[in-house]
Design a protein around this ligand. Structure first.
Ligand code: MN
Length: 308
């Protein structure tokens, strides 16, 4: 739960004055300032190293990323896959439309993508939901939070159930399906919030930016969302909108798997492990069509057939 960045001396001074109102009394050895915000502790050292700790460490560090004295060309920054390298430093405070998807690694159930808009005005409200560390929340907690997101925030979910998925998969690879889903969900939310426009759009990254847009062009999408779009892995650490999208997508996926489990008359496990093979074999034995329940191109299909 911490990260260290290296900054220039002028930048270090700038950071010290930025945090001047939140300084702590204790100063570690070698430090020239130490500050505490509601979600992070920031310590700046003589050497130009600055350490960020606490639940909001990544968001806080992201404020300063583009200020790093790195002589990288623009092209290099865009190609770099280091999380958040091109995210503006105060991005966490922007009005942002974020998107994320789940289910790509699960044999049973859908591929689910959600986009959620969190405006500046809503940031405090979303923060109190306690979703900043969305990856560590339990399913139970996410199920409690999702209705709040649905009722209060502009959003759209693209839920591709297995039957549809299996048809699309014969013509598109999974990342292309993801790209189409993200683009569609983002476009829908942009429509909903018109005439408002987000300060930025953040896609939780699953492919290079250039590849993402190639997928969309190849799929001849009529409307391609490409204004003010940022890509990073671990997007949920850079803006709460991605954390919210991640939770919403997960809960829709879990609901879908619960419904399929009911239809199957047995609990369908998440993931793609051996337990999944066993259950898939049981479904076939029952005479049920796997096409309705599972992403057939996974190796689990062949393994289940062997078990049978
Ligand atoms: Mn993701």
């Amino acid at each position: 739960m911490q990260t260290v960045i290296q900054v220039s001396q002028p930048q270090l001074k700038k950071m010290a004055s930025y945090y001047a109102k939140q300084l702590t009394s204790k100063l570690p050895n070698g430090a020239i300032f130490a500050a505490k915000t509601p979600r992070a502790t920031i310590t700046g050292y003589q050497s130009g190293k600055v350490m960020f700790q606490g639940a909001g460490f990544a968001q806080e560090a992201a404020r300063w990323h583009t200020e790093e004295p790195q002589k990288e060309s623009h092209a290099m920054v865009r190609q770099n896959t280091t999380p958040g390298i091109s995210i503006p430093r105060d991005f966490a405070d922007w009005s942002v439309l974020g998107s994320d998807e789940v289910g790509a690694g699960a044999y049973f159930g859908p591929l689910t993508t959600a986009a959620v808009y969190v405006s500046k005005d809503n940031l405090d409200w979303v923060r109190q939901l306690g979703i900043a560390d969305s990856k560590t929340l339990t399913d139970q907690k996410m199920k409690q939070i999702a209705p709040e997101i649905i009722h209060h925030l502009p959003h759209h979910v693209v839920n591709i159930m297995p039957e549809k998925y299996n048809v699309l998969q014969t013509k598109n690879n999974v990342n292309q399906m993801k790209a189409i889903s993200h683009n569609f969900a983002l476009g829908k939310v942009l429509e909903k919030i018109t005439p408002n426009v987000p300060d930025g759009i953040l896609i939780d990254q699953f492919a290079q930016e250039s590849t993402y847009y190639k997928y969309l062009r190849n799929a001849q999408q009529s409307h391609i969302v490409n204004q003010n779009v940022y890509f990073t892995t671990k997007g949920e650490q850079y803006h709460l909108s991605v954390a919210a999208a991640s939770i919403l997508a997960r809960v829709v996926e879990l609901d879908a798997i619960a419904r399929l489990s009911e239809e199957a008359g047995m609990l369908l496990p998440i993931g793609a492990g051996h337990q999944v093979d066993i259950i898939a074999a049981k479904l076939m034995k029952k005479g049920l069509d796997l096409n309705h329940f599972a992403k057939l191109h996974f190796a689990n299909t062949q393994k289940a057939k062997k078990l049978l």
